[in-house]
Design a protein around this ligand. Structure first.
Ligand SMILES: [Zn+2]
Length: 335
């Protein structure tokens, strides 16, 4: 087990009151230290342009590097230091998957800024370079043949979907909230061209929580991932699906979230424990911190006590969405 983290990530400040703040990482680090989990922490060297080019257009990379002070969207600003820190975040993702491949152990990449909304030639939604996609492309370039990306963030990973929509070597499965930013992630989109049957979306209505995620895992994620039989699993670990999160309205508890992590760790035993969790969103710092600590504890078989458990959803409100996703997928997978 190892944590991949750079102090430089604290230097990324879009605006003084921006929700994607350095306090998010400070809260996680503090919590990991409080539970004696801040042990094997590894820093990456500077970002490499060649790695960014695995996914992004040269013109787009040039723009982020040279624009100085500008805005990609209203909530995604570029400052002079943004390029170096965002490139380092992508490098952090690569170092984490490389560690997992070499050691046969899970890894946690504290990637900041996040990445899953960034596409081949655009950034948005607090994201500049798509860390998880860059790491997946890196693995494919270095001998792997099949990578699964599981996106637990409450927002759809539109960038990741766009990058791999036509690629049968990458299976992308996203659970997210229906009808919020960025507006993509329709349940009926299953990929295009050769990538058909390798992209699945479960857009859950507001209020869905633990029980919906448990069924999504047991009835969809587990059987599809087992059949896909990936070389490695990469996870977009967003914690903004938590009931305390201020930017969305799903209702996962801390335990419900950590249970998803444990399930994925169990599943990864069939691919030599090659599973890497990469930070995406999560804007309520206390719940973000305890879920990430719970996740990293789970990687080591340590139970971290969880406080935010007073909303346990048993309604399985998202069952219809899961059923529809299963129907769409049954054309390609045995479900
Ligand atoms: Zn998010």
């Amino acid at each position: 087990m190892a944590i991949f983290f750079n102090e430089e990530f604290y230097g990324h400040v879009q605006d003084p009151f921006h929700p994607e703040s350095p306090e998010r990482l400070r809260g996680i680090v503090q919590k990991l230290k409080a539970h004696d989990l801040w042990g094997d922490v590894r820093a990456s060297k500077m970002g490499q342009r060649a790695h960014l080019e695995l996914v992004h257009d040269r013109d787009y990379i040039d723009f982020i590097e040279t624009c100085g002070e500008c805005s990609l969207t209203m909530d995604t600003r570029v400052h002079h230091e943004t390029y170096a820190i965002a490139a380092l975040s992508a490098e952090c993702a690569i170092d984490a998957v490389r560690f997992s491949k070499e050691s046969g152990k899970p890894a946690l990449a504290m990637t900041r800024p996040p990445g899953h909304h960034s596409g081949q030639n655009y950034g948005m939604g607090f994201c500049y370079f798509n860390n998880i996609s860059i790491a997946a492309k890196y693995l494919l370039k270095n001998g792997d043949r099949k990578i699964a990306i599981v996106d637990l963030d409450v927002h759809h990973g539109n960038g990741t979907e766009q990058i791999f929509a036509s690629d049968p070597q990458v299976l992308y499965i996203s659970t997210h909230q229906m009808g919020i930013f960025p507006g993509t992630g329709n349940v009926d989109f299953v990929g295009k061209g050769e990538g058909k049957g390798f992209n699945f979306n479960m857009p859950f209505p507001s209020g869905c929580g633990d029980s919906t995620y448990d069924v999504a895992y047991s009835d969809f994620l587990k059987p599809v991932l087992e059949q896909f039989d990936p070389d490695a699993i990469l996870v977009s670990l967003g914690v903004d699906n938590h009931y305390r999160d201020p930017l969305a309205s799903l209702s996962l508890s801390s335990d419900g979230h950590v249970r998803q992590v444990k399930s994925l760790l169990e599943l990864a035993k069939s691919c030599r424990n090659r599973v890497t969790f990469m930070l995406e969103g999560g804007y309520d710092v206390p719940s973000l911190a305890e879920v990430v600590a719970g996740a990293y504890g789970a990687m080591q078989g340590i139970e971290v006590p969880l406080d935010f458990m007073d909303m346990i959803d048993n309604s399985c409100l998202g069952r219809n969405v899961i059923e529809r996703c299963k129907r769409n997928a049954s054309e390609y997978w045995d479900l």
